[in-house]
Ligand binder design. Structure first.
Ligand code: NCD
Length: 337
């Protein structure tokens, strides 16, 4: 695909070589993301960071990525504080705000909302999550993390064995990740969920029609045995018709160190898009795994900055200028990454 000036709304836009392009640019961002160098390549550019649903890492890392390229960030974080609450349409809001920004990142609770907004925007729009539909930048950072984690074990994405666990029905991170991994060859998907929260049938059919293996299970211990990656998810309670309905599913699949030691291969990588639900009745990913070297959750969040920097650089067409505007930092940086 041609990234320059494009909206990034769905992983369906990508071919395998596009994923490789994003990852190569993300690699190039490493000294800037990890604060050994600074670049001012986007000096003067403005990101409209519009998050109409709760968000910590996606919103902050989009903003941080833009700042690290030298641009400025304007935030709109509350639907009640925007004219949408007065009945303004996405069309009008998009026409207006795209006049104030050079690129927009947006999250909204409705499926298709970001695409609708993008169709009226005068600048590129990056989907930060639209309801239960898609979360393309999350899928890219997840797959980038997977690639980096398994490279050390001499494996690559082709032939990957991945177990996806939890709320596969409403989890947009899972939806986008499945569609992205599907571009590779011979993947073994193990889908572990309650019957009521299975991956929608159209995704399962897509995976199978591309020749991948899909196994369904409702037993965590049975499903996590022979996998390279376990990808856990939170019950997406905000998408359920009622809180009582969500409560039925909370805490059904919990990974802790004892289960990991007993059932997993020694190098299985543990991932989660975060936030993990740390309330006692949920705890899908126990704190006793925090020191497990195969827990990749905070490497995922760090990688989110590299991936989002890469997307901005590609869409705004500055990939080749980043280093020209780069220099070493002058302050003390402790090794944090
Ligand atoms: C995910 C999301 O918003 O879809 N979070 C994130 O962006 N890292 C997953 C979730 O909220 O459970």
């Amino acid at each position: 695909m041609n990234f320059v000036g494009s909206h990034i709304l769905s992983v369906s836009q990508f071919e395998r070589e596009d994923v490789a392009t994003v990852f190569a640019v993300a690699d190039k961002m490493e000294p800037y993301a990890h604060r050994r160098k600074v670049t001012r390549v986007l000096e003067g550019a403005i990101l409209g960071n519009m998050f109409f649903e709760p968000s910590t890492r996606t919103r902050v890392s989009f903003g941080c990525a833009f700042n690290l390229l030298g641009g400025e960030v304007r935030e709109t974080t509350d639907i009640k504080a925007s004219a949408i609450a007065k009945g303004e349409s996405f069309y009008d809001t998009a026409r207006v705000l795209s006049g104030y920004s050079d690129v927009i990142a947006m999250r909204h609770q409705l499926e298709g909302s970001v695409a609708e907004f993008a169709s009226a925007s005068r600048v590129p729009v990056l989907n930060g999550g639209d309801g239960a539909n898609e979360h393309p930048s999350q899928a890219l950072l997840d797959l980038y993390t997977i690639q980096n984690e398994i490279a050390g074990q001499g494996k690559d994405i082709d032939g990957l064995r991945i177990a996806l666990v939890g709320d596969l029905k409403y989890g947009r991170a899972v939806h986008s990740l499945c569609r992205l991994i599907m571009l590779f060859n011979n993947i073994q998907f193990t889908l572990i969920s309650s019957a009521g929260l299975r991956l929608p049938e159209n995704y399962v059919e897509e995976l199978r029609s591309r020749g991948h293996t899909v196994n369904l299970s409702d037993q965590l211990e049975e499903g996590i045995g022979q996998t390279d990656i376990i990808y856990l998810t939170r019950t997406q309670e905000e998408r359920f018709p009622s809180q009582d309905e969500a409560n039925k599913y909370r805490g059904l699949f919990r990974l802790n160190q004892a289960i990991y030691t007993k059932y997993c291969e020694p190098n299985t990588v543990i991932m989660h898009p975060l936030p993990r639900d740390s309330r006692g009745e949920a705890s899908e990913l126990d704190n006793d795994l925090n020191e497990n070297p195969n827990l990749a959750i905070f490497r995922q969040t760090d990688n989110g900055v590299l991936i989002r920097m890469a997307l901005f650089a590609l869409v705004l067409d500055v990939v080749d200028q980043v280093d020209k505007h780069g220099r070493d930092v002058g302050w003390y940086t402790e090794k944090r990454f």
